[in-house]
Every structure is written in C-alpha cells, then in structure tokens.
Design a protein around this ligand. Sequence first.
Ligand SMILES: CC(=O)N[C@H]1[C@@H](OP(=O)(O)OP(=O)(O)OC[C@H]2O[C@@H](n3ccc(=O)[nH]c3=O)[C@H](O)[C@@H]2O)O[C@H](CO)[C@@H](O)[C@@H]1O[C@H](C)C(=O)N[C@@H](C)C(=O)N[C@H](CCC(=O)O)C(=O)O
Ligand SMILES: Nc1ncnc2c1ncn2[C@@H]1O[C@H](COP(=O)(O)OP(=O)(O)OP(=O)(O)O)[C@@H](O)[C@H]1O
Ligand SMILES: N[C@H](CCC[C@H](N)C(=O)O)C(=O)O
Ligand SMILES: [Mg+2]
Length: 495
Amino acid sequence: MKLRELLAQVDGVTQLPANLAMDVEIKGLATNSHACQPGDLFIGMPGTRVDGGEFWRSAIASGAVAALVSEQIASNAEADACLIGSNNMVAACASVAAAFYDYPTKKLQMVGVTGTNGKTTTTHLIEFFLTQAHLSTALMGTLYTRWAGFEQTAAHTTPFAIELQHQLAEACLAGCKIGVMEVSSHALAQGRVKGCEFDVALFTNLTQDHLDFHKDMEDYFGAKALLFSPEYLQGKAIINIDDAYGRRLVAQVGKDRTWSYSTSDRADLWMSELKYAPTGVSGVLHTPQGDVAFQSPLVGQYNLANLLAAVGAVLQLGVDLQLIADVLPQFPGVPGRMERVQISPSQDISAIVDYAHTPDSLENLIKAARPFISGRTICVFGCGGDRDRTKRPQMGKIAAELADVAVVTSDNPRTEDPDKILQDILAGIPSEKEVLVISDRAAAIRAAIIQAQPGDGVLIAGKGHEDYQILGTEKIHFDDREQAKVALQERNFQN
Ligand SMILES: CC(=O)N[C@H]1[C@@H](OP(=O)(O)OP(=O)(O)OC[C@H]2O[C@@H](n3ccc(=O)[nH]c3=O)[C@H](O)[C@@H]2O)O[C@H](CO)[C@@H](O)[C@@H]1O[C@H](C)C(=O)N[C@@H](C)C(=O)N[C@H](CCC(=O)O)C(=O)O
Ligand SMILES: Nc1ncnc2c1ncn2[C@@H]1O[C@H](COP(=O)(O)OP(=O)(O)OP(=O)(O)O)[C@@H](O)[C@H]1O
Ligand SMILES: N[C@H](CCC[C@H](N)C(=O)O)C(=O)O
Ligand SMILES: [Mg+2]
C-alpha cells in the first residue's frame, strides 16, 4: 500500500514534511525500532519508560521509509527527516494498523470478552461451540492466538494494535469467519483495540486486580466499560448481573441492547435444577431461544457463569441451542484451569493446577474444589512481583481461612525481592494461623505433595498454563504441572 493511500485513512496526523515521498510503497509496520525491516513504516509509540519515537533514527537506519512519531519529536527533528507527526499516537497507530490490514474486523464477526476473571475459560467455550458448529473461528487471548492449522503462544492477553490487526487479517485469509478475543483492561486503556468493531461484547465480572495500573476500581471499571461503548460495540452486550458492576453496565448500555445472565436468579440466560457432582454439573439452561437440559464437565459455580456467558455469545452468532447441549459434555477444558495432575489411576491424593491469581479467583478455586476433597485442602500460592501489591494480604487471608494448610511461595517475583512479596502476603494472615512459607516454588510444591495424606487435595494456584517463572528480568523454564508430577513420583516412591 502506498504511504499516500495509508495516511488518507489515518486519524490524528498533524505534521507531514513537504519532501516525503508519498508514493513510496509501505511493506510493513513496526513499533519496535530493532524489529524494523526495509520498507516498513516505523511507528514510535510513547511508553511508560521511553517515547519509542526517540528511536526513529535507528528505525530509518534499518530500512524504514518513514516514521510516525509524536508531534513533539517530529517538530524537534531536522526539517528534512521523514517524520510524520501526530497529536494522538494511540489513535494514529490503531488507525494505521486497521487500514494497512484492510479492516479485518469488518470482515469477521467479532466477540470481545472482558472482565477480571473467566475471559480465557469463556473464550475457549465459545471457540469450542463455534468449531463444533463448523464455524471457522480464530481465538486470541492469554494462552495463544489460534485457528485451524495455526497456533502461536501469546505475549499479552490482548496484542498491541499492529500484531492484533495483522493476526486478524491472517485469520481472514485462512478462511475464519469469527474472531473471539479476550480484551484486557490494559488493552482498552491503551487503545490496542481501537479500530475494532465487535458484534458481541461480554462482561464476566469485576473484582480487585491491576491496581498497579489502574488508579482505583472506578478507573478499572471505566476501562472495561469502554468495550461496550458505541466506538467498539455494534451489536449485543452479554452481561453478568450477579456482579454489581455488571448491573451498572446494563444501566449504561441499556436493557434492549443486553442479554443478562445469572447463576443465582432469573435473567435472560439462567439455570435451574442444578445437580453437582465431582465430574461436573447438570441442569436446565434457560435462554431467550428456549430451554434445554445440559451436562457440563466443568466444576465450580463460577464455571456455570462462564458457560452462560459463552452460550449467550454463540446463540447471538446463530448456533443452535440443542447442538450446544449435545457437544458440551465433550468440552476438553482449558490448560492450567482446574487441571488435574494424575500420574497413576491409583493416585490417592488429588493435585490440581489452576490460574487463580486474584483474591476472588483464589476464593472461588478453594470453595469449588473443597466439596470433592475428602481429606485436607492444601493450597500452594504466591503473588506476582511488579503487579498490584494490595491484593497480596487479601490472598493471604483467603488462603489461610479457607484452606486447611496454606503454603505461601513465590509466583513470578519479577524485579521485586521475593521475600518482600511473601511478607506482604503474610501481613494478611492472622498470627494464630499456621502457614508454611517456602520461597522456592518447586520446593513448596514438593513439600505440599509429600506431606499430603490419602484423600487430601493439593491446589497449586497462580501460574496455571505458564511454562516459565520470571526471576528478575530472566525467564526460566518452570511448569507447575511438571513440578507436581515429579513430587507425586517421589511420594509414590517413599510410600
Ligand atoms: C503496562 C504495559 O502494558 N506496558 C507495555 C508497554 O511497555 P512500556 O510502556 O514500558 O514501553 P516502553 O519500554 O516505554 O517502550 C515504548 C515503545 O518504544 C519502543 N521501543 C523501545 C525501546 C527501543 O529500543 N526501541 C523501541 O522501538 C517499544 O517497542 C514501545 O513500543 O509496551 C510494551 C511494548 O509494546 C509492552 O510489552 C508492555 O507490556 C508489559 C510487558 C506488560 O507486562 N503488560 C501487562 C501488564 C499487560 O498488558 N497485561 C494485560 C493482561 C492483564 C489481564 O490479565 O487482564 C495484557 O493484555 O496482556
Ligand atoms: N467467572 C469466573 N469468576 C471468578 N473466577 C473465575 C471465573 N472463571 C475462572 N475463574 C478463576 O480465575 C482463574 C482465571 O480464569 P481465566 O483464565 O478464565 O480468567 P481470565 O479473565 O482470562 O484471567 P487473565 O486476565 O489473568 O487472563 C481460574 O483459574 C479460576 O480460578
Ligand atoms: N494477566 C495477569 C497474569 C498474572 C499471572 C501471575 N502468575 C503473575 O505473574 O502475577 C497479569 O498480568 O497480572
Ligand atoms: Mg486470560
């Protein structure tokens, strides 16, 4: 695409040097100066540490034909530099990305899922139902971007604008008809999804997390609510009204544009005749398109909410209700979400790896698992470094109160002192409660499993699918499931 054609579609360009070769062909887009290829347009994004625009010289040296940078950087540079200035880099970057990749979200039917917990689980359920209904679907979220024949591990829950539009365009080329994506509050606040149109937007819940990034809960809610504004949502909202923020959102969006769901009351989507078993939940699903008996392999009250949300989304996209009920028993689950680690059929303790890393999800996990554990519930958990510190004592309190044995350990300490994080967690635990504190995560998992008695359940929370641990700025290989297996083998050997 020629630079002239591209810029004609871009918002927020305020400075264009007279000498710029407008007929030059733009071959690609890059926001990282180091990743620039010959023929690229470099987009220098202001970040929290640096203004990426500062790196325009290195981008041009790598072959970029021009650079889109903040007005300030453009006006301070030499007059003959090929710098395009913008007074709104977020809008400019997003509109360049959408235009360059020819507006993929206009070609796909798009579902956006936001909320503190349940996004990954709900998007996987939606992907499963759509695929079973033979609707080719692209999934984007915390774990990966994938569609039939393609899978790439994700660096962020929601990619930045260029990667996002690029991947959606590739999904279109691969024949996908529907895009299902997790939309994080960071992405909404940073405008990563600007230029995307959603046919269905879904709100799971809002509880404490990310108060390192968002000023307060109101600010966090405001970011999530953006997805439901006319800028993004063209179709229906699907909203959890068991959540107080969800009820506020319905009032903002309007009842006529919303399908509500609830696991505790009547709503547009709700359930009755629920029967809980260790293998899942059965009952009757009530929807605006009729009622159907269901059998879900997912345990935990919160997974009923995720199921209602997913059913609402796929009904909106035309999937048949009976088909949903027919295929649901085969849902394979989500990696690292209530994932059982079993090394032999005769294993006499249960070991479960889960991604609970917020106060609400930790509480949900322990409450959901407890009825199926005949012995003690042993919970191994920690809190990530360089992230919301205020959730640490809350998670400590929850684990100490709800588990029989709490083992406090490290999650991803990142650049923080791991012992300082443990102290923050312990600050929430009443002094009379006894907890085990083992900073080394492998040793903590081992200790929990070795001390478990027949019938006990070991819940290993916080890292789920992650196959790494971030220590300082280094990422090492680490997988809770592998560590649990090693410890289970050692326990077998000892017994
Ligand atoms: C808070 C946040 O989102 N930060 C993101 C942001 O970092 P930053 O603002 O510090 O960037 P920076 O280092 O100042 O660089 C600014 C720009 O200069 C460019 N640059 C920089 C150096 C250079 O030599 N050349 C160059 O071009 C960079 O590519 C960047 O575009 O831009 C970086 C590059 O684009 C991101 O990798 C980084 O994500 C960090 C790693 C992160 O951890 N983000 C998390 C919190 C996040 O986004 N999480 C949500 C999920 C949350 C949930 O669970 O709900 C997500 O969607 O994943
Ligand atoms: N609807 C829900 N309500 C509350 N807790 C939930 C819900 N669904 C899942 N959880 C808990 O939260 C954890 C994370 O779930 P999931 O990965 O689906 O959420 P997410 O919103 O994608 O999280 P993230 O923002 O970190 O990617 C699960 O492992 C489980 O313990
Ligand atoms: N999406 C979450 C992931 C947290 C996972 C946990 N293991 C941690 O490192 O804190 C975040 O960026 O806060
Ligand atoms: Mg997720």
